[in-house]
Design a protein around this ligand. Structure first.
Ligand SMILES: Nc1ncnc2c1ncn2[C@@H]1O[C@H](COP(=O)(O)OP(=O)(O)OP(=O)(O)O)[C@@H](O)[C@H]1O
Ligand SMILES: [Mg+2]
Length: 610
């Protein structure tokens, strides 16, 4: 697994975030502005209440800012207001309604922003991943890729829609509230100003530990579900080897550890909430005590006191949240780096013209040398020709590079300069468009993969709209007709997850039919007859040979009988071509091929009568 957690400079992270925000920026900007508006409206309300309390109920009428004083005069002054109490009441309600509307619009914009960002990011990642070369997919674990596309995207979403916006909004809330509070009583504001950093630091301290604990719980949960999943999917092996009690103990131990971690986390959370409450209580008590004494001493009106308490209460929650928000933000940086790794991986370059030459000619491998990575070359100076419309057999022990040859032919991997050349009908494969090459080659993979659909649907999966007669025809060639005929629902029989309800040989034959239906000019069969008996194997090959517009066929096998009818057999050993020729010639030669023949059939396969 490549190292992808290297910290990137903030500027680079910002750039990536900007890319992910394509199409959703305006929603987030609107939500920030609306958030500010709703905070502002909420913060004006205590001012109004303070004025009402003092001017309507109190003895002392506070001095008002010019516009409000003008408004009051037009309404008939304090005395008139005392007669029409509904006016201030309605004003408070109207203000609350505006604040409510602003909050609603804030949430709407925020939700739109999140959805749009998620949709865009998922799409961007998925399309990019689909275009990444196979070598990249082999280097990176599927689970990890999926996690980056789900968990990391989710972390970024919560960073943008929750943490960042809360931070921006709370900062303004604190500044404005403090401004109003200082306007009421600078001395009492000192209490709040002292408690704000203490509360933030306190919550930051706890949340760092809580987050760490959450991560451990997450990891333990991952282990627990991996143990459960392994046991459920491998239930056959567990039963067959009588490992139930061992596996049960393993599960119980992991379960126990997981529960223990939750316990620890809950204790931490309880301690945080309880001690946070004490801190808030202390602050409230101090403000009440000092504020009340100011009121008694006539340094503050009752209305101002109420407004001050309202501001202090308004700030309590946002400030307590800040620790969680700030400590969670560091995770977003890591997630951005992990997504940047995917987006920064280079896609397969495509040729300018997505067309190419005729693919029915000879396939020529000349001096092909290839390796997957640091471990050295898997293929060494391989040269051979697969004649157009003929059968070329490739025989070789396990790991000798047979499948690698096929991957190169499909351009799942690319040959670099100096690694030799592959041509089809004299045209260099490297210069053709990859999609074009792949759309002319039918490959039956070594490990067939069937989807949890009906057998008919599985066969026609690559050929959308294929009619029933074509499906039956290819099934006939693949010797599947009888098998399917014996199934209760015929072609409509479901095959289960990964084709679990089919035997190994049935799966292989379904995979052959799946490829044949594509009617491609080149047909590669990578050990695709290994799980069928020799008679069925021979019948399938015979049917293939009888096909009209015979494709150029390359058959890979460990079994000599599968290959002995081929027009040419290439024998691979540790990545090198050691022998080439027809069965008779190679048998007569008495080399490696002959040795394999003798090993597989001690009575002798024979050199002449094949
Ligand atoms: N994706 C990969 N990354 C690194 N090495 C690989 C990869 N795929 C195959 N190899 C290595 O390349 C060598 C040839 O593998 P290949 O699959 O071509 O053999 P094969 O002849 O098809 O074997 P088998 O008969 O078992 O299918 C092996 O040593 C294998 O370990
Ligand atoms: Mg192979």
């Amino acid at each position: 697994m490549p190292d992808t957690t290297q910290t990137k400079p903030t500027e680079k992270r910002g750039k990536i975030l900007f890319q992910l925000l394509e199409g959703s920026k305006r929603f987030f900007i609107a939500s920030v502005l609306l958030g500010w508006l709703s905070s502002l409206l909420e913060l004006v309300s205590p001012q109004l209440i303070s004025f009402i309390v003092d001017s309507v109920l109190g003895e002392k009428v506070p001095s008002l800012p010019a516009p409000l004083a003008g408004l009051l005069a037009r309404l008939g002054g304090t005395e008139a207001l005392r007669q029409k109490l509904y006016i201030p009441a309605v004003a408070v309600v109207v203000l609350a309604l505006f604040a409510c509307a602003a909050r609603w619009a804030f949430r709407m914009m925020n939700a739109h922003g999140q959805e749009s960002m998620l949709r865009h990011t998922r799409r961007k990642l998925y399309l990019h991943i689909l275009r990444l070369p196979l070598s990249w997919h082999h280097q990176n674990r599927t689970g990890d890729i999926i996690q980056r596309c789900t968990n990391d995207v989710e972390t970024i979403r919560s960073f943008l829609s929750d943490q960042l916006i809360t931070l921006i909004r709370t900062a303004l809330q604190i500044i404005l509230a403090l401004y109003f509070m200082i306007g009421i009583s600078p001395r009492l504001s000192i209490v709040t100003a002292v408690f704000i950093p203490i509360t933030i630091l306190f919550s930051l301290f706890f949340h760092k530990r809580i987050q760490k604990s959450f991560r451990v719980v997450d990891e333990k949960e991952g282990v627990l579900s991996a143990v459960a999943q392994e046991n459920l999917t491998g239930v056959r092996v567990v039963r067959a080897f009588g490992r139930e009690s061992f596996e049960r103990e393993r599960f119980e131990k992991t379960n126990e550890e997981y529960t223990g971690m939750w316990d620890h986390l809950m204790k931490l959370l309880s301690a945080f909430w309880a001690s946070g409450d004490v801190l808030s209580g202390l602050q409230r008590m101090l403000i009440l005590f000092i504020g009340a004494s100011f009121c008694i001493a006539g340094q503050m009106t009752v209305g101002q006191f109420i407004a001050f308490i309202s501001y202090s209460a308004m700030l309590e929650w946002p400030v307590r949240q800040l620790g969680r928000v700030i400590s969670g933000m560091s995770r977003a940086g890591v997630s951005i780096d992990r997504i940047a790794y995917i987006l920064g991986s280079e896609e397969e370059a495509e040729a300018d013209i997505p067309q190419g030459p005729d693919m029915t000619g000879d396939i020529v491998f000349s001096h092909v040398t290839f390796g997957y990575g640091e471990e050295g070359d898997v293929l060494k100076d391989v040269s051979f020709t697969a004649k157009a419309g003929k059968v070329t057999g490739i025989l070789g022990s396990t790991g000798s590079g047979k499948s690698t040859l096929m991957y190169l032919l499909c351009r799942l991997y690319d040959l670099k300069d100096g690694q030799g050349q592959i041509t089809v009908g004299g045209h260099d494969l490297a210069k053709m468009d990859r999609a074009y090459v792949r759309s002319h080659i039918g490959i039956v993979q070594q490990e067939p993969f069937l989807f949890n659909r009906t057998i008919g649907e599985n066969i026609s999966i690559g050929a959308e709209g294929a009619d029933g007669s074509l499906i039956r025809e290819v099934s006939g060639i693949a010797q599947l007709e009888e098998t399917i005929g014996n199934m209760t629902q015929g072609y409509d029989t479901l095959v289960g997850e990964r084709g679990v309800s089919l035997s190994g040989g049935q799966k292989q034959r379904a995979a052959i039919a799946q490829t044949l239906i594509l009617q491609r000019p080149i047909l590669l069969m990578d050990d695709s007859l290994s799980a069928v008996d020799t008679r069925t194997d021979a019948r399938i090959r015979k049917e293939l040979a009888a096909m009209p517009n015979k494709p150029t066929r390359i058959l890979i096998s460990h079994r000599v009988t599968t290959l002995m009818d081929a027009d040419e057999i290439v024998v691979l050993d540790k990545g090198r071509v050691v022998e080439k020729g027809t069965h008779q010639a190679l048998y007569a030669q008495g080399g490696m091929y002959r040795k394999i023949c003798d090993l597989q059939s001690p009575e002798g396969i024979g050199g002449g009568e094949a």
